[in-house]
Design a protein around this ligand. Structure first.
Ligand code: AMP
Length: 296
């Protein structure tokens, strides 16, 4: 069999999912599936898919009868000087990848479908939206919460899947559905990493080979924190100092925060005495990266 034939056979084996651009059409399809007794799992994404996203699709497929992925680069969660304009977009590639994972339906709306002229309502996330990421990206979680609630209205699924990679975002979404009585279950799936430890991210595509090497310091510093705690050290300032030393010596350009919080919250701790999560944000070159690890 030559390669041409092999790849045709493969693409036949993995049909691309049904793509919807219109709100009403996807909503009616999801409602009809649920009315027929099927469970629906939903994975919101901004596209430029990688194994992290696809692990959420696997989760939805494993637990639900119908899987839906949205692909929408949400303008309201980007700050005015951020990377909205150059965020990677490749719908065809995304659809092929989703086909290989058996995704059923894709919702890929145009921006004016989600934000029609005159749009003027948004969700204020409160304190959770102002700390950590919120300090460096002031309106980020307002944009996230608003689009997530809109997507939950358009895709009224049983379960929605989010990645632990965006730790604070998972807390924001859980807070949102609890506070606003949204009838959907939230599942948080583990962070998927490259073999060397770098957390997968669509933004890794911005990194040059040399920046990619320096970016490894984020996950390494989290591992270091874990090792130090396992060796019996509890004092956060001591651990943070060692992490910062590693990040600096590895050539990370700007550490925005390294925070130790009670697992499942953003409440800071001074000593690692119970389940604790370390969250980190740093810039390598012009690329801003985040990561986190549960320790202790
Ligand atoms: P994004 O396209 O960046 O908005 O991400 C869509 C979803 O994929 C979010 O719930 C992310 O937390 C999740 N995600 C992104 N990267 C990873 C990763 N490396 N591992 C697991 N989930 C991820």
């Amino acid at each position: 069999m030559n390669l041409q034939v092999a790849s045709t056979a493969r693409s036949k084996e993995f049909p691309v999912p049904r793509v919807f651009e219109q709100l009403d059409a996807i909503r009616q399809t999801v409602l009809a599936a649920r009315a027929a007794g099927k469970t629906v799992g939903f994975v919101p994404t901004m596209g430029a898919l990688h194994e992290g996203h696809l692990s959420l699709v696997d989760g939805a497929r494993a637990e639900c009868d119908v899987s839906v992925v949205s692909i929408f680069v949400n303008p309201t969660q980007f700050g005015p000087t951020e990377d909205l304009g150059r965020y990677p977009r490749d719908l065809e590639r995304d659809l092929r990848l989703l086909g290989t994972r058996g995704c059923d339906l894709v919702f890929a709306p145009a921006a004016d479908q989600i934000y029609p002229a005159g749009y003027d309502t948004s969700i204020d996330v409160g304190e959770l939206g102002r700390q950590l990421e919120g300090e460096f990206r002031p309106d980020h979680f307002r944009g996230v919460a608003t689009v997530v609630l809109k997507l939950f209205q358009i895709v009224p699924a049983d379960v929605a899947y989010f990645g632990r990679k965006d730790y604070q975002q998972t807390l924001v979404v859980e807070r949102l559905v609890a506070d606003l009585n949204v009838p959907i279950e939230i599942r948080v799936m583990p962070t998927v990493r490259e073999p060397d430890g770098l957390a997968m991210s669509s933004r890794n595509a911005y990194l040059s080979a040399e920046e990619r090497r320096r970016a490894l310091a984020l996950s390494q510093s989290l591992q270091l924190a874990d090792e130090i705690v396992r060796a019996g050290v509890r004092d956060v300032e001591t651990i943070r100092g060692k992490m910062l030393a590693h990040l600096t010596s590895a050539g990370v350009d700007e550490v925005q925060y390294v925070a130790f919080v009670v697992e499942g919250t953003i409440t800071p701790v001074r000593s690692v005495d119970g389940p604790t999560t370390v969250v980190i944000a740093a810039k390598v070159g012009a690329t801003r990266l985040i990561d986190n690890l549960r320790i202790g």
